[in-house]
Design a protein around this ligand. Structure first.
Ligand SMILES: NC(=O)c1ccc[n+]([C@@H]2O[C@H](COP(=O)([O-])OP(=O)(O)OC[C@H]3O[C@@H](n4cnc5c(N)ncnc54)[C@H](OP(=O)(O)O)[C@@H]3O)[C@@H](O)[C@H]2O)c1
Length: 280
């Protein structure tokens, strides 16, 4: 078991939801954190609240898809704290809509944020971890990285790909003492749904023959709300991964996430497809 005290951790997507809760929890545990997201006001307010003296929290506003912003985040965190011990790759969002109707540039944008930029940032951080023979990468995946659903499969495919990258990285970095793990949240009450609505503007309105099914999609989201977890449910798993000597390859939570993943393992494909089918 390791302690968080003194560790230097970069957290992306820290301006709300899971990233913000993770920042709160890690700072409470004694970690020093470099926080990133585009909304500078939110990030700076969080940094001031968590660390009025400005010695433990560094806010580096930027867009994860921008190479210069990624470099600034890593350089500024190293510059302030002298090293990096971990990276929590959390920034992400979902694009919704029938595959037929989603413009390819919006699909690319979703992959750019959730996958390619995550890989690029990991590439920047890894040399520091590898050379010191120590460190931890925590990728925030999703139950959607195992179970793809109609009208959500653009986002779901970004998280499926993240599963593969995480597994590959884990094997590549094991000889160098760098730990890599994936967290699969279920449905968590954050700004995720609002961000997905914003990212899907224009697609949903022009869904043509798929339009009658969109209501059913909403209803299933509303049902999920009743069993939703809190951002801190996931922050707790991040803390567990960062403090483990030998973290599990994957963590999932809250309880409903474990149930869905168990059903994915248990049921034949057709039964699972029936469960997530389009409904009017
Ligand atoms: N909520 C869920 O039910 C759920 C379930 C499974 C997995 N997840 C995953 O959990 C992670 C966090 O999501 P959340 O639920 O906490 O949603 P959220 O409240 O919307 O947080 C998303 C975070 O990502 C940041 N972000 C998005 N695009 C960015 C960009 N281009 N550059 C920099 N930062 C960016 C946002 O900050 P700015 O807008 O300020 O840039 C925000 O801080 C995501 O990877 C998501 O896929 C969520």
């Amino acid at each position: 078991m390791r302690t968080l005290a003194g560790q230097v951790i970069i957290i992306t997507g820290a301006s709300s939801g899971i990233g913000e809760a993770t920042a709160r929890r890690l700072v409470r545990g004694g970690a020093r954190v470099g926080l990133s997201a585009r909304r500078a006001d939110r990030l700076e307010a969080l940094a001031r609240e968590l660390d009025p003296a400005g010695t433990k929290v560094l806010a580096v506003a930027g867009d994860i898809t921008n190479a210069a912003d990624r470099e600034k985040l890593v350089a500024a965190t190293r510059g302030k704290f002298g090293r990096i011990d971990g990276l929590v790759n959390n920034a992400g969002y979902g694009t919704r809509g029938p595959v037929e109707m989603v413009p390819v540039e919006l699909i690319r944008k979703n992959f750019e944020t959730n996958l390619f930029s995550l890989i690029a940032l990991t590439q920047l951080v890894l040399p520091h971890l590898r050379e010191r023979g120590n460190g931890c990468i925590v990728n925030i995946g999703s139950v959607a990285g195992k179970i793809a659903r109609p009208l959500s499969s653009i986002y779901d495919s970004t998280k499926h790909a993240l599963e593969a990258i995480t597994d590959g990285l884990r094997g590549e970095l094991k000889p160098f003492g760098v730990r890599v793990t994936l967290i699969r949240p279920g449905f968590i009450l954050t700004e995720f749904v609002d961000a997905a609505d914003a990212a899907s503007t224009g697609i949903i309105e022009n869904a043509g023959p798929y339009a009658p099914y969109l209501g059913g999609f909403r209803v299933s989201y509303d049902k999920l709300r009743r069993i939703a977890g809190t951002p801190d449910d996931i922050a707790r798993l991040v803390e567990r991964a960062l403090t483990a000597d030998n973290p599990a390859p994957r963590y999932s939570g809250p309880f409903h996430a474990k149930v869905f993943l168990f059903l994915k393992w248990l049921l034949p494909d057709r039964a699972l497809e029936f469960m997530v089918r389009l409904r009017k």
